[in-house]
Design a protein around this ligand. Structure first.
Ligand code: ADE
Length: 409
């Protein structure tokens, strides 16, 4: 099989596990809500994303796509999308310059709608492609890190078109961030290292939706999980969920694995590398490669060796440390990482497909807009139906009880 055939096979395969997005694709094929609409997307270019592209195209959109991380693009998927006529500017292991060139190239289609993951695309539009803004009806942002950046833009009154916070939907962060990140991060670490997790000290930095999902899966595999946090409430939750909580300076001394999932920079730095045990594995699950300070790791190392495409060995003299996927998000940047499971991206990308249509059909204020409740509920209902799960409905009396304030003891 050539690259395009392999990529096409993988897109067809994942589509069979994405029933909600499949039903939206069917509806869009009939109604063509994106007729004459141009959509620029910066998402991880992998099979599930390609199926989102195909869904928008089925609805009549002209789509141009690039990656949102230099190491997460899968070239066979790029070839398959190109073969079926999508404008794709993405390549595995792009340089920074190549990455930003690709972002510019997809913007040359003069988009009506943008879909982003991490907000590099939206930030670039506001910094260097302002001429496109009058034509942009709005955008959708996939991830926590992107929303944090957009909130900073909004605070400085720099945001110039509405963006839907897809991450805020319950059918996104309660599933994708928790179960998706949990499973895909551990799967990628296990298959990249071939190391045993059971019985090991796994330090998870950050106990948000992503970190708590990683911690739960690591515990399920038999690890002794330690959490580091800066948020007192999240730290308490971690403790009451049964985990040990301590500062990174202490945790680093006993860690066999350190996995960062905070969205913050400098979580693991030279003060931590210096106290680590021999052969500790370092992996990041956050969107950007700023959580493990790789520059400092290089600075204090006597030598660095690329052991496999995904593992770098740092020799500090008295010990070696292993960095996975250059400190980029391991579940997608490792060549062994397949991203979140298909079933969970079914919900996230259904939200994207529905929110892109919502942006076009509504005059939205320039703001960060929550996903409308009816879209969130629609995705949940379609998912339950696809899973053949039926649930109860409130009776008339129960609905009335919910509205009443005067009925007490
Ligand atoms: N596959 C495509 N986009 C993804 C994301 N944001 N996280 C994990 N897997 C993905």
């Amino acid at each position: 099989m050539n690259k395009a055939e392999t990529g096409e096979g993988r897109i067809q395969y994942v589509s069979k596990f994405m029933p909600v997005l499949s039903s939206i694709k069917k509806e869009y094929s009939k109604r063509k809500p994106f007729k004459g609409i141009r959509i620029a997307m910066a998402l991880h270019v992998e099979p599930k994303t390609a199926f989102l592209v195909r869904t928008l195209e089925a609805g009549g959109a002209k789509v141009a796509i690039t990656g949102c991380n230099p190491l997460s693009t899968q070239d066979d998927v790029v070839s398959a999308l190109k073969a079926s006529g999508t404008k794709v500017y993405a390549k595995y292991n792009q340089t920074d310059k190549g990455y930003y060139n690709s972002l510019h190239k997809i913007l040359d289609i003069k988009p009506d709608v943008v879909i982003d993951d991490g907000s590099d695309l939206i930030s670039l539009i506001h910094k260097e492609r302002e001429e496109l803004i009058p034509n942009i009806r709005g955008g959708c942002e996939e991830t926590t890190t992107g929303i944090t950046r957009l909130k900073a833009m909004l605070k400085e009154k720099k945001l110039r078109f509405p963006v839907i916070d897809v991450n805020d939907a319950n059918t996104k962060h309660l599933f994708d961030n928790y179960y998706g990140t949990g499973e895909s991060t551990l799967t990628a670490i296990l298959s990249t290292t071939n190391a045993m997790i059971s019985g090991k000290n796994v330090v998870v930095a950050g106990y948000g939706y992503c970190g708590s999902g990683i911690a739960a899966k690591a515990k399920g595999l038999g690890a002794n999980v330690i959490i580091t946090e800066v948020d007192p409430v999240k730290a308490l939750r971690a403790k009451m969920d049964g985990f040990t909580v301590m500062p990174m300076k202490e945790a680093a001394k006993i860690a066999d694995f350190i996995i960062t999932a905070t969205g913050m920079r400098d979580i693991v730095t030279k003060e931590h590398f210096r106290v680590m045990k021999d052969k500790c594995f370092l992996a990041n699950a956050g969107h950007f490669n700023v959580e493990i300070n790789v520059e400092q790791l290089e600075e204090i190392s006597k030598s660095v060796e690329q052991i496999t495409p995904d593992i770098k060995q740092y020799n500090l003299g008295n010990k070696i440390l292993f960095l996975l996927a250059d400190g980029r998000l391991v579940n997608l940047a490792s060549t062994k990482g397949l991203g979140h499971p298909m079933e969970v991206m079914d919900m996230s990308f259904s939200l994207q497909a529905l929110c892109a249509k919502y942006v076009l059909e509504n005059k939205l204020p320039i703001d960060i807009i929550p996903v409308p409740q009816q879209i969130d509920n629609k995705v949940a209902k379609l998912k339950l139906r696809a899973m053949h799960i039926r649930i109860d409905n409130l009776s008339k009396q129960q609905k009335a009880y919910k509205q009443a304030w005067d009925i007490g003891t």
